[in-house]
Design a protein around this ligand. Structure first.
Ligand SMILES: C[S@@+](CC[C@H](N)C(=O)[O-])C[C@H]1O[C@@H](n2cnc3c(N)ncnc32)[C@H](O)[C@@H]1O
Ligand code: SF4
Length: 450
């Protein structure tokens, strides 16, 4: 096959130097040798490393190529030809094809072991071992997701609206009729969407849907053009029937369909209420979020007269409970609109000792006026890219105690290594079961300056 005739093929240079193609969709029988840190089976064939979703070590599988880059191939198992004794039957019939859950064929206990092993490996690559490994914080295996983005697309040829989730390493939508990792109140809202949208007169204008649950349940619909009046009426009736707030987003920010609609969640053990809007960052797992906050506050161990820093603070998820225990919290966030709501949250919870500041934390923070007075402890909860610049600054500010919450063990280990090079000790680390059934891992580390 010539190169010009195969635009979808992904080309690579195999070890022997012979040009070859590896088209998406190609089937291949593979022997799985190891498990990757995100739970995919790893096989080695013809000088390439294959990452195969849904496959376990010791298994022989027939897999389909999803994408190939250089010597790395991403694939999905189609047929398990010889099965591992570790394999369990997934609870959800779409697991394996739907990219939402990639670990349902592994027991929940093993998923946690896998995430812990990944954290150990990431630290050991940096030459780090904590003084103590913390016990994993374990949450519910299913029915935990209180926020979800649902893929919606009108298939012009089939005259059919697809509703579901993206496949693993793919843009294709896997249509699913129900989803058991959603919290119970969102499951029926999700389950009726396909029938609703397929009854629309102008489904071409539909974008994706986001579902939220907390004090209220809400549905946000993105649309590319104005909705047909009859479709809007059906959508409103659907939301009323399911007791769901409707939010709409055309061009611009999400708007509630009815004035005064609010979204929020409670941190029950602190009697704190957090209000938010669609688009704001909100931790997806309510139970694990509370467990995570409790552990972070315990590890920070602040004295009542302390001044504590909360970086990447979002809506005040850590800052507000922390403010109940210390003299002052300085909380910093990069998204202005979230800061507006974070300040309102502090006021609504009558916490006047938390002060919110706007800053881009990929830039040095040492010169910021709020950074000058010194802190007894700091908490940081950055996005996946981590916080290399910030940890260097925290060391310069001589913050004696740092709790680092991370959704990416690789950047956590990298940043912890920066702090160790500055004289810190890695006191504790452990994983949090924030995203059960998925390859995503949440972790926490405590670093102290002896
Ligand atoms: C993982 S979320 C944590 C939010 C909050 N701590 C919570 O528990 O809900 C990371 C936060 O960092 C913010 N962020 C991302 N990049 C940033 C940057 N360069 N500077 C400041 N904040 C940033 C995001 O807006 C988001 O609120
Ligand atoms: S995200 Fe939902 S539908 Fe997809 S595999 Fe998980 S439980 Fe099933």
């Amino acid at each position: 096959m010539s190169r010009s005739k195969a635009p979808k093929s992904l080309r690579f240079q195999p070890a022997g130097g012979v040009r070859n193609t590896l088209p998406a969709g190609k089937k291949q029988v593979l022997s799985i040798e190891r498990l990757s840190h995100d739970g995919r089976g790893i096989a080695f064939l013809d000088g390439r490393t294959w990452f195969v979703s849904g496959a376990l070590p010791g298994e022989q599988v027939q897999a389909e190529v999803l994408a190939a880059r250089s010597k790395v191939v991403e694939a999905q198992s189609l047929v398990i030809q010889s099965s591992s004794p570790e394999r369990i039957t997934p609870e959800c019939q779409w697991a394996g094809r739907c990219g939402g859950c990639t670990l349902q064929h592994i027991s929940h206990a093993q998923q946690i072991e896998l995430k812990h092993a990944n954290l150990v490996e990431q630290f050991s690559r940096e030459g780090l071992t904590p003084v103590t490994w913390a016990e994993p914080l374990v949450g519910p295996a299913f029915a935990y997701r209180r926020r979800s983005r649902v893929a919606v697309r009108y298939d012009v040829k089939q005259k059919h609206v697809q509703v579901g989730f993206r496949g693993p390493a793919s843009n294709a939508i896997v249509e699913v009729a129900s989803c058991i990792i959603l919290v119970p109140e969102l499951q029926p809202v999700f389950a009726g969407l396909s029938a609703l949208f397929n009854s629309f007169q102008q489904p071409q204008v539909l974008g994706h849907v986001e579902l939220f649950s907390g004090h209220n349940t809400a549905l946000l619909l993105r649309h590319t053009q104005a909705l047909h009046a009859a479709d809007l009426a059906k959508l409103r009736a659907y939301c009323a029937e399911h007791h769901v707030q409707l939010w709409l987003q055309g061009i611009g920010e999400p708007q509630p369909d009815q004035a005064g609609a609010t979204l929020g969640y409670a941190l029950t053990q602190y009697a704190v209420e957090i209000a938010y809007q669609p688009g704001d960052f909100v931790q997806v797992n309510a139970q694990m979020n509370e467990a995570m906050i409790a552990q972070a506050l315990k590890w920070l161990a602040p004295q009542s007269g302390a001044r504590v820093l909360d970086l990447f603070c979002g809506l005040g998820n850590f800052a507000l409970p922390l403010a109940q225990q210390v003299e002052e919290v300085v909380a910093v966030e990069g998204v202005e609109s979230m800061l507006v709501r974070a300040r309102a949250n502090a006021e609504a919870n009558q916490l006047s000792n938390v002060h919110f500041y706007h800053a881009d934390l990929s830039m040095p923070l040492r010169k910021a006026p709020w950074a000058k007075q010194g802190f007894a402890a700091a908490l940081l909860d950055p996005p996946r890219e981590g916080a290399q610049m910030t940890v260097t600054d925290l060391a310069q500010l001589k913050v004696p105690r740092i709790v680092y919450v991370s959704c990416n063990p690789a950047t956590l280990a990298r940043d912890a290594a920066v702090l160790l090079a500055k004289g810190y000790r890695l006191e504790k680390a452990g994983v949090l079961d924030m995203f059960a059934q998925t390859g995503h891992a949440e972790a926490m580390a405590l670093l102290v300056k002896p």
